[in-house]
Design a protein around this ligand. Structure first.
Ligand code: PMP
Length: 407
């Protein structure tokens, strides 16, 4: 019943076609990073071979061409997120960079001693540590929304945490470790009701879920291109214009200034105020191609295929003796995290790798979440548009072999 021709799609991804340890590669580590389709790779080569130049300042032909492509990417991200203005799109180095930007720029300027910041148990370290650093510096207080045994946030507890002291709420859209899709619309509304500003970490959401920052009324939304069939080292911070305008610059340097004298410097307008230095020009340009690729497939079609894989994998893995899936949230993306009785996750990862199967093992940069479930880590299989049921069968066979070798 698949609308997509998965075999044809697989042909767009050169990296998938190789043998690892004598077996065809089964790549099930898509939550860490997705593979890149040929059009994205071609865009990178095309830029470096055809019009590599520094942007904005140059008046020669190549500089103008590179600048136009760079700014066209900003427009395409604007459309992708349905942002009201292109200058609300700030190019960053990734999700981590975007969160640090907001914590340092907004946090330092507008938060003060005793103010409360709410995050959740599901957060990636990149949405924990920047806030802890800010709390240490400013004397703010960090509060954490708990999760239930299924891996869903406990919203009643969230409401208990909210008060007029709450100044900032920063929550993940989709958990990289368990796959939980959070009810971000409700989280944002409740935060706004007490006057708090909200950031949503969209790193894992953007390739699976339609994002409309205006419908969400979210204040900040961050993402990484490399989880979205795009290049590494490139991400986006969306911010409401009024907030970004009120915020001081994060990094100082070239490009982010209007005029510099030794006495005083004035800052550039949005979005350049937050884009100091030469950016990842090639990667920014290639992101537009990644978004076009995803659009051609159709996000709904991709999501339907991934949901099918999630259902199939959940079914098949549940039948393996001694295997327990961690995280059975009401709404999930295509991530299955699991543990096996008497077998360390690292051993599982090594034995699967010997069979050409790539999964992630460990704490997934979510140590507090692992601790909540009494674990040091899990094995995680995460599926993307180019994965197949046959690959899940390979995973299941691989896990039977793990049991045979380890028990
Ligand atoms: N948040 C989540 C939910 C993630 O999955 C990741 C990447 N694993 C990050 C933040 C950090 O993204 P990046 O490493 O691209 O900055």
């Amino acid at each position: 019943t698949d609308i997509l021709d998965i075999q044809r799609i697989r042909n767009d991804f050169p990296v998938l076609h190789q043998q690892i340890n004598g077996r065809p590669l089964v790549y099930l580590d898509n939550a860490a990073t997705t593979q890149k389709p040929r059009p994205v790779l071609n865009a990178l080569i095309h830029y470096y071979e055809g019009y590599n130049a520094n942007i904005h300042r140059g008046i020669h032909h190549l500089a103008e061409k590179a600048t136009a492509a760079f700014e066209a990417s900003r427009k395409s991200i604007q459309q992708f997120l349905n942002a009201a203005h292109p200058e609300e799109i700030i190019f960053t180095y990734g999700t981590t960079d975007g969160i640090n930007l907001v914590a340092q720029s907004f946090g330092r300027r507008f938060l003060k001693e005793g103010d409360e910041i709410i995050i959740s148990t599901l957060e990636h370290h990149s949405n924990i540590v920047p806030w802890q650093m800010l709390c240490e510096e400013k004397g703010c207080i960090l509060k954490v929304i708990p999760v239930d045994d299924a891996g869903d946030l406990i919203l009643e507890e969230y409401e208990q945490l909210l008060s007029e002291r709450t100044k900032f709420v920063s929550v993940v859209h989709v958990s990289n470790a368990l796959g939980t899709i959070n009810p971000v619309q409700a989280i944002i509304e409740k935060a706004h009701a007490v006057g708090a500003v909200v950031l949503i970490d969209g790193a894992q959401a953007t390739s699976h879920i339609d994002i409309d920052v205006q419908a969400l009324d979210v204040d900040f939304y961050v993402l990484s291109a490399h989880k979205l069939y795009g290049p590494t080292g490139m991400g986006v911070l969306y911010g409401k214009k009024a907030l970004l305008e009120a915020m001081p610059p994060y990094r100082g340097g070239g490009e982010m200034i209007k005029e510099v004298t030794f006495e005083k410097t004035t800052y550039n307008d949005l979005p350049y105020k937050f884009e100091a230095g030469t950016p990842n020009i090639a990667d920014v340009i290639a992101v537009k191609v990644a978004l076009e690729y995803l659009e051609t497939l159709g996000k709904a079609n991709v999501a339907a295929h991934e949901t099918d894989l999630l259902r199939y994998a959940t079914e098949q893995l549940s039948e393996i003796e001694g295997l327990r899936i961690i995280g059975q949230a009401k709404e999930k993306i295509s991530v299955v995290s699991f543990v096996m009785d008497g077998i360390h996750h690292q051993d599982i990862g090594v034995i699967l790798d010997q069979q050409g199967i790539a999964v992630r093992t460990g704490h997934h940069c979510t140590q507090p979440l692992m601790r909540r479930f009494g674990l040091t880590g899990t094995t995680r299989a995460s599926f993307s548009v180019y994965n197949t049921r046959e690959e899940i069968d390979r995973l299941v066979q691989g896990l039977h072999r793990v049991r045979k070798m380890m028990l």
